[in-house]
Design a binder for this molecule. Structure first.
Ligand SMILES: [Zn+2]
Length: 203
């Protein structure tokens, strides 16, 4: 299998080196997530996008011992471009490029998840802030969302409180569908994964 020839530079928002993920993809292990990657939307978005960009090299390498240099260079150039812009997803069409901030995906996903029945939304949940005598109750702003973006791929991680009595597995499925469909329709980015963490159930 062909290995990447040149460094991509840069780290993801989580601190992982982009080069290490490129190597993981080139070795054919994009799906083999370590403990950190299993919960990390930044790593998962980058792995999905790098894997997509690496696919032409892999397809040729399956038939020949060495992919042509042009194909390899093209894949690495694309991956480097994605890795150099870690806060933005981007969609390129015939007329130009649209960059979409991870914050836009997060705001959208928060809104979409809030509208799923069974998810507790803004102002209905009070959470303790601070410690000791300074503890105070503040209004929870709703689901806590982190989005990783890489080129045309995004991965959204949502932490939320559910209504008591909800089937949480079913709730997770409905949230995943609502967020994936809404993010895809609004941004054009492909939501390759939506990670749902239910961290509280409210009576
Ligand atoms: Zn990570």
């Amino acid at each position: 299998m062909t290995s990447p020839a040149a460094p991509t530079e840069g780290r993801l928002a989580c601190g992982r080196e982009a080069d290490a993920l490129v190597a993981q993809v080139a070795e054919g292990h994009a799906e083999r997530l370590d403990d950190h990657q299993r919960d990390c939307p930044y790593c998962q978005a980058a792995l999905a996008e790098f894997d997509r960009l690496w696919a032409p090299v892999r397809a040729v390498s399956a038939h020949r011992p060495q992919a042509p240099d042009g194909l390899l260079d093209e894949a690495l150039r694309s991956i480097r471009g994605v890795a150099s812009d870690p806060e933005f997803g981007s969609i390129t069409d015939a007329r130009g490029r649209t960059r979409i901030s991870a914050r836009v995906v997060e705001a959208l996903a928060r809104h979409l998840a809030s509208r799923v029945p069974g998810v507790r939304v803004a102002l209905t949940r009070l959470v303790a802030a601070g410690a000791g005598p300074e503890t105070s109750l503040i209004a929870d702003p709703g689901p806590d969302v982190v989005a990783g973006v890489a080129g045309g791929s995004t991965v959204v991680a949502i932490t939320l409180a559910a209504d008591y009595g909800e089937d949480l597995v079913d709730l997770g499925t409905r949230i995943r569908a609502a967020v994936a469909d809404g993010v895809r329709a609004s941004t054009g980015l492909e939501p390759v994964a939506v990670l749902v963490h239910v961290d509280d159930v409210l009576l």
